[in-house]
Design a protein around this ligand. Structure first.
Ligand code: ZN
Ligand code: ZN
Ligand code: FE
Length: 329
């Protein structure tokens, strides 16, 4: 056991990215009994449909105990921020977001809009990262439907890389690279999974995970915060279809990671727009894809089928009924 509480972000000057370090878990005993996210638990109380609570084991806190450090190459900043859990429904037995009605799912998205708006007023917080882990294979122990938001004091590295390349493309062509990619994917068609009134989902040409799906707005919608209720409900429909597809492909729940790539909380980014990325982790063979030596060690993903085949499988999966869900819409 460590001697003191450490909650900080350490800087890797070799790769140029941040690592969140928090040992709060070592200082807080795990509460053994019952689901902490069910209505009526000490954390959740009663009378809600979507609930945002603070993570019991945060990687970031509003007032971190650790100070900054800057004796090169040992650079760190206090882990100042917030870690939230979004409890997406009071119902414990729901398997996935696609089991919620489009309207209930839109309420979850609206809750994110409100949270992001609130966080944008805190000068210590630069970025809000929403993500969702699904399935034991990706380390989910609490099955009550929930996702998380990390309110970070920096822009996460992957988003920063996207923003850099989007900015370069925009400076050269005056076009948003994400709009360009979306339009070309829709034109090509073979990797498109589904299209709703305001959104489109496709497996990108350069997909890294076997069932990697990107969901883009059809207009250049800079941030989810600026989406209308009508757009949120449409996004909910698109998302439900995609997640139903993931479940139907192999007739069993597919482990996935979903993440929202928003622009930073403050500032204007005409060259970047919000999009969702979902990484379905079963290979075309139905077996789990691991990030192995090439991926983890070299950053080189290997794809042992083609994104075109994965997209086709998802499209046909969408044509059969989803028995795991109750289609309210
Ligand atoms: Zn529960
Ligand atoms: Zn765009
Ligand atoms: Fe992205």
């Amino acid at each position: 056991m460590a001697e003191r509480v450490v909650i900080e972000a350490r800087w890797d000057p070799i790769l140029g990215d941040w690592v969140l370090v928090s040992n709060v878990r070592e200082f807080r005993p795990w509460r053994p009994r019952g689901c902490p996210f069910c209505p009526g638990s000490p954390e959740t109380g009663w009378g809600w449909r979507v609930l945002v609570i603070e993570n019991a084991f945060p990687m970031l806190v509003p007032n971190p105990p650790t100070g900054p450090r800057s004796d090169f190459p040992f650079i760190s900043v206090p882990g100042r921020g917030r870690c939230f859990v979004v409890v997406e429904t009071p119902r414990h037995d729901v398997d996935d977001l696609s089991d919620l009605s489009a309207s209930d799912l839109a309420d979850v998205l609206e809750t994110l809009q409100i949270l992001f708006e609130e966080l944008s007023k805190d000068p210590a917080i630069v970025y809000a990262l929403w993500f969702r882990n699904k399935g034991e294979e990706v380390g989910v122990s609490l099955t009550h439907p929930h996702s998380q938001v990390y309110a970070l004091p920096f822009i996460p590295n992957k988003v920063l890389r996207e923003m850099r390349n989007c900015y370069r493309f925009w400076a050269r062509s005056g076009r948003c690279l994400l709009c360009e990619v979306r339009d070309r994917e829709l034109e090509a068609g073979e990797r498109v999974v589904c299209r709703t009134r305001f959104f489109a989902a496709f497996v990108p040409f350069w997909a890294k995970w076997p069932f990697e799906i990107h969901v883009h707005p059809l207009r250049h919608l800079e941030s989810l915060r600026y989406a209308s209720r009508e757009e949120l409900e449409d996004l909910a429909r698109c998302l439900r279809a995609v997640l139903q597809g993931l479940r139907r492909v192999f007739g069993k729940p597919m482990p996935y990671v979903a993440v929202l790539h928003e622009p930073p909380l403050r500032g204007s980014y005409p060259w970047f727009h919000t999009h969702l990325e979902i990484y379905g982790m079963y290979r075309v063979s139905g077996r789990l894809k691991y990030a192995g030596g090439s991926e983890t060690g070299g950053g080189v993903f290997t794809y042992d089928s083609t994104p075109e085949v994965a997209a086709k499988m998802l499209r046909s999966a969408l044509e059969v009924p989803d028995h795991g869900s109750e289609d309210k819409r």
